[in-house]
Design a protein around this ligand. Structure first.
Ligand code: PEP
Ligand code: MG
Length: 581
């Protein structure tokens, strides 16, 4: 069987399929026969824990509200011993060889269907109780696992095939055993795709129903450049994708000579090319690929799989100082946590990566959780003397938020001075990724030290296109006239106020789009380290006066297709010279 999706992280990966399905916050996957007894044991342990918990709740309710209200929990205790629930789940684990969470979910679905078909309101009400008990059991299963790799008992190399893959799940796995990632959802700018590229794990996204079509345990080969996914490939198919991979590697190597060359245009304009990284260990590789510094450290990846301890000031200080040390003397821009509430390792143990896109996220969350924000800022300011640090706030949507964030930095500095520490002045800047921030860039520029344009989010919020939803990904159009105008606006605001403006979204990594960005007057970029040699090659052939002319023409175009035509026409001679495989 051959499926085709979006290649989001290049490379070939071959391994055994593990199927993951997210059902109401739980992951379901198949387990090998020899692991079945262990899975049954997990379920029994979760039941015993639930029994204790429900007894405790019953006592509390009895003493607080009276014994007559506690009977509800007798019903829940009885359910724990009902053969329709646990025994049935054990049977499903044994016969279908799935994890306990999947078996419980299936059991709940069966019981719910039975209750729904009964014409008895009492029974229908009991459905809620069963679901409550199952929720508790799943919570206990998760708590029992802690933050461990849920696939530790499976033999690698593995190809994870999931309906949805979250960055926090990937971050807590043993990557060395992951041959490839395949997901029904997602797109190029999806965080999991960005992380896969950083970890150099081949990945294909947007396959719609791969997790239903691919059988657990089958051999899967993927080509993360073309988006091909081949199930149980024969020799001929393997030879074909291996040949393709070799061509790609040779092409990559041909770009190697650009790593050490300066990023300068043909007419001598210096361009800054920095790297986006998600892990402290990526800093040396960024340098090796020719980066002038770290333009975006996504600090929230420190939290994935780390438990509550990852939020501690000292743990963060250790990470930031190591990062600054390894990048010095090159500058490092650390973005404060860009997560939503559920992604913070507090209370919500377990695997949950869903990002509430327009809720309490980024700077909003930091401002709402002062203690967590202060700990991060103190850790950053303490680490500052280790190198050249800049602090950046994500998801800012107003001047008030910038002011509040800067006030929080001043307070953190004050606390450290109270401890007798010297605190250097650290530039603070804003991610321009929300349309309201872009449209008030002149006002923000008056109070920020620098801007970094986050085109990944800016495009999705400007165009109202969810960047993680493959069904609308064709509408995710960086060349939309609205995007060109908004980029020009932000670039101008920065120039007028003499603050640095960089572009750190994925857009900058595409040579055609990079040309346009240079034509709009932008000279600083941050991108995945692997994209830097190609960007240097493109820049060194570019004349800025020509780029300005083509950008001016593009700005007059009415549609994205017209903009693209202008760019292709302009770049055609180079494209012929550097045909990419
Ligand atoms: C962006 O939004 O462009 C960006 C760089 O941040 P992230 O991809 O982490 O949201
Ligand atoms: Mg963003």
């Amino acid at each position: 069987m051959r499926l085709t999706g979006l290649g989001v992280s290049p490379g070939i990966g071959v391994g055994t399929a593990v199927i993951l399905r997210r059902a109401r916050g739980n992951f379901g996957f198949s387990v090998p026969t020899r692991r079945v007894p262990q899975e049954v044991e997990r379920l029994q342990a979760a039941r015993e824990a639930a029994r204790e918990q429900i007894r405790h709740i019953k006592e509390r309710i009895a003493s607080g509200a009276g014994a007559e209200h506690a009977y509800l929990f007798d019903a829940q205790l009885l359910m724990l011993d009902d053969s329709m629930l646990i025994d049935r789940a054990v049977e499903i684990i044994r016969t279908s060889r799935v994890n306990a969470e999947t078996a419980l979910q299936q059991t709940l679905d069966e019981i719910s269907a039975l209750f729904d078909s009964a014409d008895d309101p009492y029974l229908r009400e009991r459905r809620g109780d069963v679901s409550d008990v199952v929720g508790r059991l799943c919570g206990n299963l998760r708590a029992g696992d802690g933050q461990a790799d849920p696939f530790r008992a499976l033999e690698g190399p593995l190809v994870l095939v999931a309906d949805e893959l979250t960055p926090s799940l990937i971050a807590q796995l043993d990557w060395h055993r992951l041959a490839a990632l395949v997901s029904d959802e997602g797109s190029w700018t999806y965080h999991t795709a960005i992380l896969a590229r950083s970890l150099r794990i081949p990945a294909v996204a947007g396959l719609r129903n791969a997790s239903a079509l691919i059988a657990p345990g089958s051999t899967v080969a993927i080509d993360g450049a073309s988006g091909d996914v081949i199930v149980d490939p024969d020799e001929a198919a393997m030879t074909q994708i291996r040949t393709r991979e070799r061509t790609r590697i040779v092409y990559q190597q041909s770009l190697d000579e650009y790593r050490r060359l300066p990023a300068v245009t043909a007419d001598g304009v210096q361009i800054r090319l920095e790297a986006n990284i998600e892990s402290v260990d990526d800093a040396p590789r960024a340098h090796e690929r020719g980066a002038d510094g770290i333009g975006l450290f996504r600090s929230e990846f420190l939290l994935a799989g780390g438990g509550q301890g990852a939020l501690a000031e000292d743990a963060q200080y250790a990470a930031y100082s190591r990062l600054l040390d390894s990048a010095a003397p090159a500058p490092v821009t650390v973005r404060t946590f860009d997560v939503s509430e559920t992604q913070l390792p507090i209370e919500h143990a377990g695997i949950d990566g869903s990002r509430a896109p327009l809720g309490l996220r980024g700077i909003r969350l930091s401002l709402a959780m002062d203690e967590i924000f202060q700990a991060q800022l103190r850790a950053l300011l303490r680490a500052a003397p280790h190198g050249s640090l800049r602090i950046m706030f994500p998801f800012v949507s107003s001047v008030e938020e910038l002011r509040a964030a800067r006030e929080a930095v001043a307070r953190a500095a004050q606390t450290l001075r109270g401890r007798g520490l010297d605190v250097p002045r650290v530039p603070t800047g804003v991610m321009i990724e929300v349309p309201s921030a872009a449209l008030t860039a002149d006002l923000l520029a008056a109070e920020a030290d620098f801007f970094a344009i986050g085109t990944n989010d800016l495009i999705q919020y400007c165009l109202a296109v969810d960047r993680t939803d493959d069904r609308v990904s064709r509408l995710y159009e960086p060349l939309h006239p609205a995007i060109l105008r908004i980029l020009r606006l932000v670039a101008r605001a920065g120039r007028r106020r003499h603050i640095r403006v960089s572009v750190c979204g994925e857009m900058a990594a595409d040579p055609m789009l990079l040309t346009l960005l240079v034509g709009l007057g932008l000279t600083e970029f941050s991108m995945a380290a692997g994209a830097i040699p190609l960007a240097k090659q493109a820049l060194r052939e570019l004349n800025t006066a020509d780029a300005t002319r083509v950008a001016a023409r593009a700005l007059r175009a009415a549609t994205a297709a017209d903009v693209e035509r202008e760019l292709i026409e302009f770049l055609a001679p180079q494209a012929v010279r550097h045909a990419r495989p």
